[in-house]
Design a protein around this ligand. Sequence first.
Ligand SMILES: [Zn+2]
Ligand SMILES: [Zn+2]
Length: 345
Amino acid sequence: MLLMLATLAGHSSRQQRRLSRESSMGPKKRDARKRKTEDALGEEGECEERRDSRKKKQRENKKYIGAHVGIQGGIWKAVHSCTEMGGSSFALFLGSQRSWKRPALDHTAAAKFREQCSLHEFDPAHILPHGSYLMNCGSPKEDVFEKSQALLVDELSRCSLLGLNLYNFHPGSSLGSITTEQCIDKIAGAINHAHQQTPAVVTVLENMSGQGSTVGGKFSELKSIIDRVGDKTRVGVCLDTCHAFAAGYDLAAEGGVKAMLDEFDLQVGLHYLKAIHLNDSKGKLGCHLDRHEDIGKGHIGISAFRDIVNEPRLDNIPLILETPGRPGFEYAEQIELLYSLCEKN
Ligand SMILES: [Zn+2]
Ligand SMILES: [Zn+2]
């Protein structure tokens, strides 16, 4: 039994389930299954081969492709989920998306998370926590603004405890009752406040699709927020491809990725670019709808993603999937597809 457990430790959970089913079978059935188990071990060898070739591609192309992973059952489990799907970077939430006040992050859980990161050789520069959807740091409603400001401080403190130094969030919305300029002032105010209360973590603004009265659909709005942040070393941008396309940046056109990055460099500055969210779009160009689609299955199309994974200006930053994932084309398959598009080797 001990030997069996030791063997199980080296297998994927799918194979573990298959193998533990076998342990409760009679000898005849077990014999019939033996060949299948041997096939499974062959599969494991293939998996390792695929992992090795992906690592080689990751090194040679300097592309850190991963996905947003869950934290159910413990925040440290996110690390393992990412390695299981073959990712080299990941995003995660820092707590429940339903409540403003959450129990403090458990120190043992945080230590386990840091341990797992070093065990699986994840650099904190490739881990991008995503802020709570409840927050609106540009809210015209004073109570919501104050709760958002407090939550931002809390989330940055959580990042520090987890040994992380990037934190991504949606800038905010004017709800149509204040001007964009006033909303931008509030967002920058909340960021400056949080920087004073917490050490080191970089606040990474996400570009938006321009849906409703959200701020950050235009690169110029992101720049206006950055201009008002006191500590420029602690502010950056994450470009979401679906949001950019929905906001009107034509990634589907030939040379669209390069054109968007040139535009970003001109308006904001490439040194502020800290990450990419890799999402195709269910909506058409300029539709202002935030509706993510699986890679290559939407209106952006596969060639833009080929350009992204071969773009040297996107070296060494996290490239993170937030796609719905259809059966047979989950994160693991989409990561594999994206690595297969890398042209070096
Ligand atoms: Zn987001
Ligand atoms: Zn995103």
